[in-house]
Design a protein. Structure first.
Length: 189
């Protein structure tokens, strides 16, 4: 089994060009796995999430540009230079929509793991690393996903996240946007 280094990269330092290139490739490879596709989005936090026009071919260029202004947790194979097996991007100081509270969260905007590196606990390790960062500032962690993303929802549940808000049919008929939170005072499972 491959060993991985899971490290935090803060937005105040530019990504190394080879790392940025690896993240771009991950975005291209995973684009159509998201609902809606990343290429149909102009940022990682937009609230209107409609699907792309059928047959339209686009790249997630705007999405990638928005990500580069955020913080990252990078999963990198040990002894493979600038290779990136996966990443989690996040913003700080996020307040949930729909007036849940004025609490501030570290908001996960994107999680992508290269297919060959899946099943090795990298997403769990990245969430745990982010939770440690958030706990140090007294903040929790929040994210959103689509209601049919069973794998991610299962992981969030396993890690002790709870549903904070649901937007029915936000990503198409029968596909809700679901916001999850894990407050800093709860220990990470």
């Amino acid at each position: 089994m491959q060993s991985y280094d899971v490290s935090v990269h803060l937005a105040d330092a530019a990504l190394e060009p080879k790392v940025a290139s690896a993240i771009w490739q991950l975005l291209l490879d995973a684009d159509q796995s998201f609902v809606p596709p990343l290429s149909a989005r102009h940022s990682s936090t937009q609230s209107a999430l409609s699907t792309a026009t059928p047959g339209e071919v686009r790249e997630p260029r705007q999405y990638f540009e928005a990500l580069q202004k955020q913080h990252f947790i990078l999963a990198r194979p040990v002894n493979e230079g600038n290779a990136v097996a996966g990443f989690m991007s996040f913003r700080t100081g996020y307040t949930l929509p729909a007036g849940r509270s004025a609490a501030q969260y570290h908001y996960v905007t994107t999680v992508i793991i290269r297919p060959a590196s899946r099943g090795q606990g990298l997403t769990t390790r990245m969430y745990r690393r982010l939770m440690a960062v958030a706990k140090a500032t007294g903040n929790g962690v929040a994210t959103r996903t689509w209601s049919a993303n069973a794998h991610h929802i299962g992981l969030l549940s396993k890690l002790g996240f709870s549903v904070a808000h649901r937007v029915p049919n936000d990503r198409g008929v029968g596909v809700d946007t679901v916001y999850f939170v894990k407050d800093s005072y709860n220990e990470m499972r």
